[in-house]
Design a protein around this ligand. Sequence first.
Ligand SMILES: Nc1ncnc2c1ncn2[C@@H]1O[C@H](COP(=O)(O)OP(=O)(O)OP(=O)(O)O)[C@@H](O)[C@H]1O
Length: 468
Amino acid sequence: MSKSSRQPSHRLDSIVTTHPLEWLQAIIASINDGILVIDSAGIVRMVNPEYTKITGVRPDEIIGRPLLDVRPGAQLVSVLQDGHSRSGVFRSEGGVEYVVDMAPIVIDGKVVGAVSISKAMTEVHALYQQLKKHKEKVDILEKTIGSMAKARYTFEDIIGKEGGLRTTVTMARKAAETDLPVLITGESGTGKELFAQAIHNKSTRANGPFVPVNCSAIPNELLESELFGYEEGAFTAAKRGGKVGLFELADHGTIFLDEIGDLSYHLQAKLLRVLQEKTVRRVGGTQERTVNLRIIAATNKNLDQLIRKSRFREDLYYRLSVVNLHIPPLRERKEDLLPLIYFFLGNSTVESGKPCYSISEEAINVLQSYDWPGNVRELKNAIEYATCMANDWTITVEDLPGTVPRTPKMTKKPSSTLKAKIRELELETIRATIEKYGNSTEAKKRAAQELGISLATLYNKMNNSPKS
Ligand SMILES: Nc1ncnc2c1ncn2[C@@H]1O[C@H](COP(=O)(O)OP(=O)(O)OP(=O)(O)O)[C@@H](O)[C@H]1O
């Protein structure tokens, strides 16, 4: 080591040895934490400027005086007595919050005093409080997203008999064991979303999110930012901080793209990229984000025709339809009708809390003669309607909605007396008005109002309706 580099250390050594107390005081004064020292009698011997800054107590008010006189309840005196350190003691004084560490000063095994070190907490504490608030918000949002993004249905909820839906269910169960894209085709109300949920819940992604997107319900210009998200400032109405897209929300889960046939050509190209690259880029962003998701798409349109008209990309079609599930309309699988009727009757029983419903043979015949253009959804609604209308626990033809045509052999014998004819007309009118407004009490009030009768009279007339 050169002479010049050793020089400062020589100077330091001499200062320390010639002025040890000043040296120590200077160190303590320069420390950024508040320091207070007491001797073995509990008399304050030393405080530094930071201590005064934190507590507001000046040196002349405290030095040379018993600590307990100036600061009643000070815990530092207990440290003298038991010789144990304490750390993280929270204190608040004059709006300043601080944390104190305390330790005994031990020389030759004897406690000769104690020292406390105070750290001002105001900023840290404020930040901590802010963080806590944000964490609470994030927790609430996570819970909301979690409950929104859950698939309810499983294969156990799908009713389908041999000769009916059974083969499609078997195929879907097999698809659930893979991670392949699935395209579900079928008319509206046949159960496409039901199948998508069941596949997700049976797959290895069951614990991940299930994010349904109805591509025809969101205008195409908005759909892009919904699916891909956007960065702050991407467009005029963009929210501060940007927005996470649905593809990102579905990470480690399944995204269900319903009505895929309505996707614009521009978005079809972008979707193809997601399928190929497994990345998304937010609108207005430059970063590619990796997403791990399964895509299940559905449509009630004829995609072949759309491809021929150049309205749907053929390359996207092949990517999406690795597994193609077709759900036939209900009219082509009448085997499923009766099991579905009993299934929905059972569900209505559970929901209404009423005892078990049965259904008359005549009503079953009417339901079987209808071709159900709205498929299973329409059947489900019809059964729910009938259980509301039924006066006892047997559903009769009278209780079915007017949209289900009564076949000629089912129609009742025409009433002969004028009184019976008037009664029949009255009931028909009441039923039609309830159908128009709905089944809730509020809706029935409106129906009664339109008919110019009280709600009680409406109930009365419905309850006294003759059964066929
Ligand atoms: N096989 C089935 N077993 C039990 N319930 C069914 C069945 N098929 C459909 N449903 C019920 O019928 C209703 C309509 O089903 P879903 O919404 O899945 O049809 P969808 O084909 O996706 O309709 P859309 O094309 O209009 O979106 C749902 O309440 C669903 O639970």
